[in-house]
Design a protein around this ligand. Sequence first.
Ligand code: TXA
Ligand code: MG
Length: 346
Amino acid sequence: MTRTLRVDPARPEREHLAEAAGVLLAGGLVAFPTETVYGLGADARNEAAVRRIFEAKGRPADNPLIVHVGDVEMAEGLAASFPDRARGLIDRFWPGPLTLVMQRAPHVPALASAGLPSIALRMPDHPVALGLVRAAGAPVAAPSANRSGRPSPTTAAHVLADLQGRVELVLDGGPCRVGVESTVVDVRQDPVVLLRLGAVTEQDLAAVVGRVAVHPAAAGLPDLDIGEAASPGMRHRHYAPRARVVVFAAGAAEAIAAARRTAQADRHVVGLIVSDQTADLLGDVDRLVRSGPREEPGVFAVRLYAALRSLDEDGVDVVLVEAAEATGVGAAVNDRLRRAAAGAGV
Ligand code: TXA
Ligand code: MG
């Protein structure tokens, strides 16, 4: 059975956090909001509990989980070594949407890391997530709280749509502020390696550590030699709705209109996700979701996964999407769109 508890996202009620922490410490699963997306949490020290995360999500066993910490000291206890470049990034971006891959301390169970010698650590910038980790006094392993392969959840309703009956408790703290998953960066060597794009951009990282290497998977290139340094999650089809997704360049309103006419002539049920500017040009069109002003990719990021889910619910079989402008978090939005479209054979 799944219980849902509404919590105040700015000042979460102590008793709700204590109750959720109790569920975690008893080996249960708790879904909770972070600033990026909702996470599906378990006590990272409890192997049986962590195993249940993989089962609940249908997640491949080779895809490691991010471990959430309540403060830097907790992170220090989980990593075997703490390079200076990690400290610089932590000082600048924690709490926040940045995950650091480090060497795992020998006493930390390997299951959350899917057996890798590394561990991915993040201190979330959300009072509910931070309050939960601190109330539990334990590191919390938490991937995004979706069924594997589905778009990440940015509301409690999305979590319930995927995981009802598979998680003991959902903390409903309203919609997430960022909307796409954290930036993942491997800090074990110099230059650091950017593994997944997010709201903390390559330029943001470079401003702190100097040079940043971008892993081919994060750069949108075919992943030839994923190796141990890579994010195993990048191998799997991700962020995908049921419908086929076709992505168009930012501003390509004419091409989108033409593709829509063709798809409708072929009797497809077509959904659109387009900027306000393109929506205004297209006029009154069914099943159109606005991604916000083109110059504000942050608005697109917040709406992206909800848009994909709502068009699925409307029964569309093709989604035509106008890409974000590739500034700021827009690069991460476009990365997720590319993955959602992968294998669709435009
Ligand atoms: O914003 C986020 O990061 C959200 C919230 C809940 O914190 N979590 C999230 O987790 O997106 P998940 O499991 O959906 O994605 C974790 C990513 C995957 O691509 C995984 O392969 C990578 O991080 N990862 C985890 N541990 C790793 C490790 N030891 N080495 C390399 N990549 C790792
Ligand atoms: Mg995920």
